[in-house]
Design a protein around this ligand. Structure first.
Ligand code: 5GP
Length: 186
């Protein structure tokens, strides 16, 4: 039994999505994706770094021969808000032409990162492009986003855990929690 002493951190607040609830929902999404992509196994495109835990669990919940690739984006802005100007820091290795692409995102806040990504990936002429986002913050999106698969709608607090960080910390927290510590300076 591992110790959970490190989780008694004053900067970690209320649990927003508990570990068992996360796992149950990821399994449901996996079943849904298995049914929807039965005859056309998708290429999962994980957006690093935040999606690495979700993508690892989701890939194993899909009972199809999926392929996996990753890309990393950086947005110009402060540590806790996006400016909407996004830069691809690490591009995909795969050619997307005629592929069934499923973008795996950790969290959608303003939606600016995702709308940039969608435009950029659609330009590569995939056969289809859908998004699976683990978390969507309620009432924060400025434009309408076409999100086919969503894990949870959550209140607009800044959260960490299950891949999500503050200054690279807390990614390995096993559930999703409100971050209530100081906002790091970029
Ligand atoms: P958007 O472009 O939708 O405003 O922001 C999306 C990106 O901002 C996410 O992929 C994530 O990197 C970061 N982000 C947005 N909200 C949160 C949050 O509550 N916690 C953490 N750790 N990152 C967030």
């Amino acid at each position: 039994m591992t110790s959970d002493r490190w989780l008694h951190d004053p900067d970690l607040g209320q649990v927003v999505v508990a570990e068992d609830v996360l796992h149950k929902r990821v399994a449901e999404l996996g079943d849904e994706l298995t049914a929807d992509y039965e005859d056309r196994p998708p290429l999962l495109v994980g957006v690093l770094k935040g999606a690495f835990v979700f993508m690892s669990d989701l890939a194993r919940a899909i009972a199809l021969p999926v392929e996996v690739d990753v890309m990393a984006v950086a947005s110009y802005g402060s540590a806790t808000t996006t400016s909407g100007v996004v830069r691809i820091v690490k591009d995909l290795d795969s050619d997307l032409t005629d592929r069934h692409v499923l973008v795996v995102e950790d969290i959608v806040d303003s939606g600016l990162t995702l709308s940039y990504l969608r435009r950029s990936l659609l330009a590569r002429r995939p056969a289809s492009l859908e998004v699976c986002a683990l978390l969507v913050k309620e009432g924060r999106q400025r434009a309408k986003l076409d999100l086919k698969y969503v894990g949870f709608h959550i209140p607009p607090d800044f959260v960490v855990g299950y891949g999500l960080d503050v200054a690279e910390r807390y990614r390995n927290v096993p559930d999703i929690r409100v971050y209530q510590g100081p906002v790091p300076v970029d």
